[in-house]
Design a binder for this molecule. Structure first.
Ligand code: BTN
Length: 331
């Protein structure tokens, strides 16, 4: 995709801008402006409208992500932990980019954010709907010693960081569903995808991918999402700033990763349990071909899901396990 940032910076305010003004800003002819606007629409899916004789506008404007604003808003605890912040326009998947970079050289504290993903990845092979300029798509690379065992419960702990960031932005009632769905009134608000490279028994790098629906509209996501979902803006009942929310997310996440490295999931077990939306409910757990019915009994010290069944408690670990209410069709 060509770099649309200059023209978008002008159109972001939602006001009408003449072809002449845009041609001056871009340093190209009026015909070239028109062509570039068409390219912009094709590349991003944003709708640029025009008024004859007056110019072009982006209805409602758009809050573009701003590196300087986000870094300025970081908490004092997070700032020294942020080693690199890379803001992309469009990419296939911020997790893929982060994994490629981590494969080239060991990284920790590196953050990749994009305005749009063309192949956003979700858990269990699903796609993550990632339209331009309305959500958060963020991947953070962190290095851990001690291999896979030291990572038990990490994805749950990350859920705590996401819930805290949303709460700090003014949303109340955010809850977590094992292993790492972030919900509001039973609807999916954010998702977490952890991917690991390195030595399963020693040094490894984890890519912590987080997607938060911020102001995605139903007509944009349409039928692409096959489960109940919501956005931070819909849940808050007012426009939530992506820049503020992203700064808040990194302010929670980076110190949490550092603390997890030192203390593991034990440090977050109580915080996670306080947000557990399934606790005490009748649920079904699907693990491969096996379906287990029982009552959700929280999580163990290592982050495993505990289900009380007529045969006694059963423990489930992440991966290809899914959890749902007995009364729901949605996985
Ligand atoms: C889920 O299925 O709940 C996990 C969704 C994770 C989406 C995020 S968006 C940023 C990062 N890049 C990706 O391709 N996926 C994760």
């Amino acid at each position: 995709m060509i770099d649309h940032s200059r023209i978008l910076e002008v159109l972001a305010d939602g006001a009408v801008h003449s072809g002449e003004e845009l041609s001056g800003v871009l340093g190209v002819s009026r015909t070239a402006v028109w062509k570039q606007l068409r390219r912009l629409q094709d590349d991003t899916g944003l709708k640029i409208e025009s008024i004859k004789g007056k110019g072009y506008f982006l209805r409602g404007g758009i809050e573009l992500l701003s590196r300087s604003q986000i870094v300025d808003l970081l908490s004092p605890a997070a700032r020294p932990l942020l080693v690199e912040f890379c803001l992309l326009g469009q990419t296939d998947s911020t997790n893929s980019i982060a994994l490629q970079r981590a494969q080239r050289s060991p990284l920790s504290g590196h953050v990749i954010v994009a305005e749009q993903q063309t192949a956003g990845r979700g858990r269990r092979g699903r796609r993550w709907v990632s339209p331009y300029g309305c959500n958060i798509y963020c991947s953070t690379v962190w290095q851990f010693q001690g291999g896979a065992a030291a990572l038990e419960g990490l994805s749950l702990a990350v859920g705590v960081a996401v819930a805290r960031a949303l709460t700090a932005t003014g949303l109340s009632g955010v809850q977590l569903k094992w292993p790492n769905d972030v919900l509001w009134e039973g609807r999916k608000l954010a998702g977490i995808l952890l991917e690991m490279i390195g030595d399963a028994a020693g040094h490894c790098q984890v890519v912590v991918g987080i997607g938060i629906n911020v102001s995605m509209r139903p007509e944009v996501a349409g039928v692409l999402i096959d489960q109940p979902w919501t956005s931070a803006t819909a849940a808050a009942g007012r426009q939530v700033s992506r820049n503020h929310l992203l700064a808040s997310l990194l302010s929670e996440l980076l110190p949490l990763l550092a603390e997890f490295e030192a203390r593991g999931f034990a440090a977050f077990h109580d915080a996670w349990s306080a947000l557990d939306t399934m606790y005490g409910k009748e649920v079904l757990v699907q693990a491969g071909d096996q379906v287990v019915a029982g009552r959700a009994a929280g999580v163990a010290a290592n982050g495993a899901l505990v289900i009380d069944t007529p045969l006694g408690p059963q423990w489930f670990h992440g991966g290809e396990v899914s959890l749902r209410l007995q009364s729901s069709n949605h996985v």
